[in-house]
Design a protein around this ligand. Structure first.
Ligand code: RIB
Ligand code: CA
Length: 324
């Protein structure tokens, strides 16, 4: 068993919460810290949600460090219409037992990876504002991470616009900095995450997971609203896509994904295409800055997720039993 040390930068967010629950349950993931960024909802709520999910899934000692409250240049873009005003859909889990750690997420990303150079994989599943600023303040971050994996982008259609996926569209300038930093980004985009649907059959498999299912997973999934329409979208009858879980699961089990090398450029100026990840699979090898996921083993993915959730459920406890 090879334990993977990871930091998750996130904007909880329903699928962020489900990704944190997966990290709590997978035996080979060692979560060294959670950093938060404004995205689906404001920073105050993404941070509060990260804290309460962290405690609920049994990781109270993992530090949560708050980051940037808005994109580098643009006004905030939120997804309350999808994740609800709380950011966790219809889930109602207890408030956290403690607040965020001191300091700023950008400094934590740099210090944690510098302390354990080459050992920590950075997984960014929200807008890339924190990561971009960390790269500007601490350029050595590029060589100090083991890997960098994002949920974001798409070689094809977008979800917040026809061209752009939310995490990139929310802060295209930050994404351009991340893809231009000189490291190789593993891009887990809509090309694969729209295949990882929490279908009715999948949700049925979750029903035996006690409080984890009853208080977090199922109500948060039920609260996914206004999912995008059209072929291959969340609302084509398949069920909500758990985008962020795909990115975290791919670190625990890289064999879940098929990735191809590509040159990814982020559109920051287009009137209709701002936030588009322009993906060139024909780029010369030395021009490639990304590994782009193009396929996912959906069956193996859900088996892995349900297995991790079963471990968390054993900690969280039986339905209807709220610990004193
Ligand atoms: O487009 C999906 C991404 O945007 C996910 O990370 C979701 O949480 C939202 O942040
Ligand atoms: Ca997210």
């Amino acid at each position: 068993m090879t334990v993977q040390k990871v930091i998750i930068d996130c904007d909880p967010g329903i699928d962020d919460a489900l990704a944190l629950a997966f990290a709590a349950g997978h035996p080979e993931l060692d979560l060294r810290g959670i950093t938060t960024v404004a995205g689906n909802v404001g920073l105050d709520k993404t941070t509060a949600n990260a804290l309460r999910v962290r405690d609920f899934v049994g990781m109270p000692d993992v530090p949560v460090i708050a980051g940037c409250p808005r994109p580098l240049l643009r006004p905030p873009l939120h997804a309350r219409d999808v994740h609800g005003d709380s950011g966790l859909g219809a889930a109602s889990i207890p408030a956290a037992s403690s607040g965020p750690a001191g300091g700023h997420a950008v400094d934590f990303l740099a210090s944690a990876t510098a302390t354990e150079p080459g050992q920590i994989t950075l997984i960014a599943i929200g807008p890339l504002t924190n990561v971009a600023l960390a790269l500007r303040l601490y350029p050595e971050l590029v060589s100090q991470v083991r890997n960098v994996v994002i949920m974001g982008g798409s070689a094809g259609r977008g979800n917040v616009t026809p061209a752009a996926e939310f995490n990139i569209a929310a802060d295209p300038e930050a994404a351009a900095i991340v893809f231009g930093a000189g490291w190789t980004v593993t891009m887990v985009g809509l090309d694969v995450t729209l295949q990882a649907r929490a279908t009715a059959a999948v949700r049925d498999r979750m029903r035996g997971l006690g409080r984890l299912a009853d208080e977090l997973v199922l109500p948060s999934l039920a609260g996914y609203r206004n999912v995008s329409r059209g072929p291959g979208s969340e609302s084509d009858g398949g069920g909500p896509a758990v985008h962020d879980v795909c990115a975290v699961a791919s670190v625990a089990a890289p064999e879940l994904l098929t990735c191809l090398p590509a040159r990814v450029e982020v559109e920051t100026a287009g009137r209709w295409t701002s936030g588009m990840t322009v993906t060139d699979f024909n780029a010369a090898d030395d021009a490639c800055n990304a590994r782009v996921a193009v396929a996912i083993d959906g069956g193996a993915f859900w088996d892995l997720v349900l297995d991790a959730y079963a471990r968390v459920a054993a900690k969280v406890g039986a339905a209807g039993v709220t610990p004193r």
